[in-house]
Design a protein. Structure first.
Length: 186
């Protein structure tokens, strides 16, 4: 793994009280341009500092649509995370991600949590990968007390959501063996 390139995108640059889809659409063009300009494993950290209001309409237009493109692979292996001074500011993002069946890492008070659409099992597996920084599905399965197939399914979902990175390191029989990495800076 190479050192990760992280760029901050301050949403308050568009105003302290953001409410309309049109405002979100204009902001999304700038966000997507930033994402596209990053190195292949780069990351955008969306910052909610300085905001008073972030409506669900603006949140969906800016964050929901851009993150959907990230998850769909429209920006290669780049990732996006959210940083908020107050969880209430992230409520609109949380709701819109859940409606889109997406989940995103959100930092509040120095702790990372999962927002959007997820299960406790997915959050548990993600937390272990983030804590370990680097692991394998076999190690996770053993630590979580899971059958390998259940762990592989969880890991695949986390990778599909761009919440972890995985690299193929070999094969065991017909099954690929992956090493798993946190998307967060060390």
């Amino acid at each position: 793994m190479t050192a990760m390139h992280v760029e901050e995108f301050r949403i308050a640059q568009f105003g302290a009280r953001l409410g309309t889809r049109l405002e979100g659409e204009r902001a999304r063009a700038r966000l997507e341009s930033l994402i596209a300009s990053l190195p292949e494993e780069g990351q955008v950290r969306l910052c909610l500092d300085g905001l008073e209001v972030l409506s669900t309409s603006f949140a969906d237009e800016l964050v929901g649509k851009a993150y959907q493109r990230v998850v769909d692979g429209g920006f290669g292996d780049r990732t996006m995370v959210l940083d908020t001074p107050a969880l209430e500011l992230a409520d609109g993002v949380d709701v819109k991600l859940a409606q889109r069946k997406l989940a995103m890492l959100c930092r509040h008070d120095g702790r990372w949590r999962l927002i959007g659409f997820h299960t406790p099992a997915l959050a548990e597996t993600l937390e272990l990968v983030l804590t370990k920084r680097r692991t394998t599905a076999r190690e996770l399965a053993d630590q979580l007390g899971l059958q390998m197939s259940a762990c592989v399914n969880r890991v695949a979902r986390l990778a599909d959501l761009r919440l972890i990175r995985r690299r193929k390191i070999g094969m065991k029989g017909p099954q690929d063996i992956y090493e798993l990495y946190s998307i967060l800076e060390g």
